[in-house]
Design a protein around this ligand. Structure first.
Ligand SMILES: Nc1ncnc2c1ncn2[C@@H]1O[C@H](COP(=O)(O)OP(=O)(O)OP(=O)(O)O)[C@@H](O)[C@H]1O
Ligand SMILES: [Mg+2]
Length: 302
């Protein structure tokens, strides 16, 4: 196998959704001739405004959506984007972590059962010590063996996301797709999960597609970055170049706005993680909440 060959290559991906309004079906071009390359053992960050097509691309990579046109090469082999993916090697080799572990983890199942579920589809050798396998998965994500007997609600948000990652790892994936996987977490917990993902990338040779709104997180973890706008790729290149020295006005604006909103660094020791109260204060300052008295006055005038 050629190690320099990308693990994943998407070419010419087009996807149009049809949204019905009162009179007709209106086409929404979610992806318009998108080319993306994920290098082996690297992290590809995908940024772009809401609605720019990031999740649609992630869903096509995972086989949850079918594109109208385009090709996918996984590990050097063509993947039939229109066939049912369950029979294909690529389905198991590409795993996903979503934003909200509460909706992806069944609250009625103990961690042990949650980890067993994906292994049911593996040709998992029953003679192997199943519990041992679960414990090593938990160890990989920094959780103690005692977590096996607990339910999702008994963990914090960050720990739940670790369980979701352990679950994805149970399938021995080559690619992990993280769609806003850290976006709902506190800044300091985000930093811990990012450190975990970087560790997994290095220890397991995982390749990661990392989608996030927060530019800081993307900058921290990504080797390469793709910038999307209205379904098109605006820029694609090494993270340092794209984020520090953007070539397009769109990326410049996006970087500027993101830095204005969260002007903090995520890495403890390199400027420090701000306390939550400070972050909240900065956000309310940024949105300048109108006093209640003023709001009442305005409503009266209308
Ligand atoms: N199932 C669907 N049916 C109709 N339209 C859809 C569907 N999924 C996505 N879209 C539309 O496609 C466009 C891209 O959506 P997508 O969810 O990929 O954006 P995104 O970049 O992930 O946004 P966000 O940052 O808010 O998650 C949007 O205009 C969205 O409304
Ligand atoms: Mg999305």
């Amino acid at each position: 196998m050629d190690e320099s060959q990308p693990i994943l290559q998407m070419t010419g991906i087009v996807k149009t959704f049809y949204v019905r309004n009162r009179l007709q079906r209106v086409p929404v071009r979610a992806l318009d001739d998108v080319d993306v390359v994920l290098r082996r053992g690297k992290v590809l960050g995908i940024i772009g405004e809401s609605g720019s097509g990031k999740s649609t691309l992630a869903n096509i990579i995972m086989g949850l959506e079918t594109p109208d046109a385009g090709t996918m090469l996984f590990d050097g082999a063509a993947v039939d984007l229109h066939a049912k993916r369950s029979s294909q090697r690529a389905l198991r080799a590409i795993q996903v972590v979503f934003q909200d572990p509460y909706s992806s983890l069944n609250p009625r199942m103990r961690v042990k059962a949650l980890l067993r579920e994906p292994l049911r589809h593996e040709r998992f050798d029953r003679s192997q010590d199943f519990v041992q396998r679960c414990v090593s998965l938990l160890e990989m994500v920094g959780l103690p063996a005692s977590a096996l007997e607990k339910y999702p609600h008994q963990f914090s948000g960050g720990q739940r996301q670790r369980i979701a990652i352990a679950r994805a790892l149970a399938m021995n994936p080559k690619v992990l797709v993280c769609d806003e996987a850290v976006s709902a977490l506190d800044v300091s917990i985000q930093a811990q999960i990012l450190a975990l993902l970087i560790d997994l990338k290095e220890r397991l040779g995982l390749s990661i597609v990392f989608i996030a709104h927060g530019l800081n997180a993307v900058e921290r973890i990504s080797d390469d970055v793709v910038v999307m706008n209205l379904g098109k790729v605006v820029e694609h290149g090494p993270a340092g170049v794209v984020l520090q020295n953007p070539a397009t006005d769109y990326t410049k604006k996006l970087v500027e706005i993101s830095r204005d909103i969260v002007p903090f660094t995520l890495v403890p020791g390199e400027g420090g993680v701000p306390p939550r109260t400070e972050v909240l204060a900065a956000i309310s300052e940024a949105v300048r909440v109108v006093p209640a008295s003023r709001r009442t006055w305005r409503r009266k005038k209308w």
